[in-house]
Design a protein around this ligand. Sequence first.
Ligand code: DC
Length: 236
Amino acid sequence: MNRELVITIDGPAGAGKSTVSKLLAKRLGYIYVDTGAMYRAVAVLARDSEHANPLDESALEDICLGLDLQFINKNSVLYLLANGQDVTTEIRRPEISSLASAVSAQTVVRERLSEIQRRMGADGGVVLEGRDMGTVVFPDADVKFFLDANPEIRSKRRYLELEVKGEKTTPQEVYQQMVERDRNDSSRELAPLKSATDAIVVDSSHAQIEEVVQLMLGCIERKRKARSELLSTREA
Ligand code: DC
């Protein structure tokens, strides 16, 4: 069957995954799934729950049980609704970054979100970005990328993004929080941040966004070609 591809892009914070994934999805006419936003949404729901400790296992279980997450594309802006509530702006707050990293280490959260993500990508024609897309959620993805960049450059990019949004922070604070978050995301037992053995590793430290996108499109095109050649040999 010649279905459209499943493309995964994993990597640490600030490597450029969101920008690149959105552009790739747009050019390919694919769906874009930001799985980090989904962990962030759970963090917002946990913070706003009645439980004193947002990381309480039973609180997270309650949240995951009836969790409904929907991405809505309205006039080229991607909104995220969590149980019908628009959390698009709230999930980007700096304190939610650390809480999302903490909730993402919990089994109940990973299992529930992985299930929703698999459903979102089941029909192909999708670009999924995250930490474990190519290793755990879609181990058989058609094309896997691991997008990386050096920590100084990544934190500088993140700081500039936050500054534009008017968040009060300093470059040092952003750097420290990012390094700590990377450490938590890479050292956790469950689905840690790492490159899949069959992923194409791309370093965006000194590359322009367009260069990265073109490089990835080239890899995707080669994969498509190889697949259609294989299919026509089988049919012959
Ligand atoms: O990509 P992001 O910064 O929006 O992700 C927020 C947090 O969610 C990140 O610290 C780790 C977690 N995450 C994860 O564990 N697995 C994913 N597939 C995506 C994000």
